[in-house]
Design a protein around this ligand. Structure first.
Ligand code: GDP
Ligand code: MG
Length: 227
C-alpha cells in the first residue's frame, strides 16, 4: 500500500484562508491614467494589464469632429468614450486597477466619480500637443490627488527633457516628470512605480506633519495661468 500523502495541487488554498480567485485581492490600489486626447492612455493600460483590458472605444465620426480636438492626431480612428480598465497583480493579494479616463472635455463629468479613492494619477503628455494635458494636471492639482507627468515619446515628436517639460507645463518641483514609451510594458511599469513612490512620499509627509501645520500648497490650488 502506498502510504505517501500526495502533495496538494500548487494552487491549493487551505480551508478558511484567503483565496484570491474567490475573494479578490486583499489590497486593491486604484490608479488613473489621464491626459489629452490621443496621448496614449489606452496604449499604456494595454501595455501593462495582465488581463485583456476592457475598452470602450467607439469610431470617431464627423459628428464628433466639432467637439473633439483632432489637431496632431489625424491617424486616430477610435476614441475612449467611457474608460479603459486593466489590472496588475503586484504580489499575493495586492492588485493595481488602472482606469484610463477619457480625455475629451465632454467627458469631464466622469472624473469626480473615477478619481474617488484613487491612489493617484498618471498624466500622459505628448510634446506635440502639450496643452492637451494641461486640464488633467489642473484637475489633479485642485483635487490634491498625487500625480506624475509621463511624456509619451512618440517617434515623430521632438524630444524634450523633463526639466523643459516641467517649465512648459508649469509643474510644481515636487511632482515627478518622466519620459516613457506607453507601448512598452517595462516603461509603462516604471511610470506606475514612480507614481506609487510619489504617493507614498506624500502620505508619509502628511503623516509626520503636526495637525496644526498647513500642507505645502494652498487649497484650492491657485488658478493656472493659461498660455
Ligand atoms: N509611435 C507611438 N505611437 C503611440 C505611442 N503610444 C500610443 N501610440 C499610438 O497613438 C495613438 C493614440 O493612442 P491611444 O492609446 O489610443 O490614445 P488615448 O486617446 O490617450 O487613449 C494610437 O494609434 C497608438 O497606437 C507611442 O509611444 N509611440
Ligand atoms: Mg483611449
Amino acid at each position: 500500500m502506498n502510504s505517501a500523502r500526495s502533495d496538494p495541487p500548487p494552487d491549493h488554498v487551505p480551508p478558511g484562508e484567503h483565496d484570491e480567485r474567490l475573494d479578490g485581492p486583499r489590497v486593491a490600489l486604484k490608479i488613473l491614467v489621464a491626459g489629452g486626447f490621443g496621448v496614449g492612455k489606452t496604449t499604456l493600460v494595454g501595455a501593462v494589464s495582465e488581463i485583456r483590458p476592457l475598452r470602450t472605444e467607439e469610431a470617431l465620426t464627423d459628428l464628433g469632429a466639432a467637439v473633439d480636438d483632432l489637431d496632431g492626431v489625424a491617424a486616430k480612428t477610435t476614441t475612449t468614450v467611457a474608460m479603459d480598465f486593466g489590472r496588475i497583480t503586484l504580489r499575493d493579494g495586492v492588485a493595481i486597477y488602472l482606469f484610463g479616463t477619457p480625455g475629451q472635455e465632454r467627458f469631464w463629468f466622469m472624473w469626480n466619480e473615477l478619481s474617488r479613492g484613487a491612489l493617484g494619477a498618471v498624466v500622459l503628455a505628448d510634446t506635440r500637443r502639450l496643452m492637451a494635458s494641461f486640464a488633467s494636471i489642473d484637475y489633479f492639482e485642485q483635487k490634491g490627488t498625487p500625480f506624475v507627468v509621463a511624456v509619451n515619446c512618440f517617434d515623430d515628436a521632438d524630444r524634450y527633457e523633463p526639466p523643459e517639460i516641467r517649465t512648459a507645463l508649469d509643474i510644481d518641483p515636487h511632482v515627478p516628470v518622466l519620459l516613457c514609451d506607453a507601448r512598452r510594458n517595462g516603461s509603462a511599469k516604471e511610470v506606475l512605480v514612480a507614481l506609487v513612490e510619489h504617493a507614498l512620499r506624500i502620505a508619509g509627509a502628511a503623516a509626520s506633519r503636526p495637525p496644526s501645520e498647513p500642507g505645502p500648497r494652498p487649497w484650492p490650488a491657485p488658478a493656472r495661468a493659461e498660455g
